[in-house]
Design a protein around this ligand. Sequence first.
Ligand SMILES: *Cc1c(COP(=O)(O)O)cnc(C)c1O
Length: 443
Amino acid sequence: MTEAAPAPHERTASRRPRSHAAFARAKALIPGGVNSPARAFGGVGGEPIFFASAQGQHLTDIDGATYLDYIGSWGPMILGHRHPRVVAAIEGALATGTTYGAPTEAESRLAELIVAAVPSIEKVRMVSSGTEAAMSAVRLARGFTGRDLIVKFAGNYHGHADSLLVSAGSSAATLGVPNSPGVTAGTAKDTLVLEYNEPQQLADLFRSRGDAIAAVLMEPVVGNMGLVVPTAEFRAAIRDLTRRHGALFVCDEVMTGFRLALGGAQELLGIEPDLTTLGKIVGGGLPLGAYGGRADVMDHILPAGKVFQAGTLSGNPLAVAAGTATLEELRDHPPYAALERLGERLEAGFRRAAAEAGETVWIARVGSMMTIFFQRGRTPLPVTGWQTASQSDTGRYAEFFWGMIDRGIYLPCSQYEALFFSTCHTEADIDRTIAAAAECLAS
Ligand SMILES: *Cc1c(COP(=O)(O)O)cnc(C)c1O
């Protein structure tokens, strides 16, 4: 983490004086100066850049510099910033009221779009974030099955609810160890953590404790330890074991939903979960999450059933309008083939640049999500889970990140986050990015 030269701090102060001042002010008022830790540049050193505006594929910081955006607010902005259809929908909703605490027809319209798009969703409940969606899906799975244990995979992020903020560093099926102060041991012990892409570990766990497991949660393509793709064998093992033992399979598509295909990773990879969590794109850039799935399971939620879950701003009219416009645009003009072509171009360019520079990298990509893992060895180590991802050369990534910032390219500020691009990115943008990467890697 600290292998990066101290230069970035100084560079921030001298080259971005307004961001530097804004960060100092924010730090006095907001813990660490940010409202979500991923923004604080902890993974690359230096100070975060404060933004003033965004349009299409571009971000403009408060010092007036413009960047090509490869985080898209960590996923939501698949249509780019300020897409006309989304802006018009938000303005339309604004004209009629921002919240009623009562049902609207617009919520059913969005629900219809979600049910039509995502293969496994028959009924859906709207919430205000991905965290809430995952937390609620876990409660529902426990209420439905009458069981306590949940299984997750190391390096998979499902938001910050206590029971999901657990990631044993070991690949063994151990009792969960809380990785944040404030998560009680009592909560953590009901969360079992396994290594991703290790079907045998899952089979062993189900053999010993299968009748106590309520659910297995997974990111169907992982974005939160850098990009990692599940093998067909691993996906099949989760489906078969949960079905055989009466547990639910919860697919966390907060990042991948409407990103990898209109129906998410489950459409792309042929996954058949019982429950799915959504966030990010489903809100079109406003705070909205959702969870849905089998009608017989979803009908256990209050007031249809007895599992409690509620929200003052759930189904908020502005967020529903932005989400509806985004999903309609994706349905009417599916961008997925074009995003895949751009992705291929970016991936090939990065591979060429790394090879020419003699840099050891593992590059993983699906559609418009990608990670370039920097490694220390002579030959690339395939990244299949947290054990391999965590061996990355984060210091080298930090150098690369700052080199790209200097060239007007805004990548994720951590080795362990995927980059995203949007329908606004052009071939010329991709080529400019590749040229910048080649320069950075050569230096
Ligand atoms: C972002 C994310 C979450 C959490 O969503 P928030 O809206 O940040 O609470 C949960 N799961 C996955 C897979 C995510 O990428």
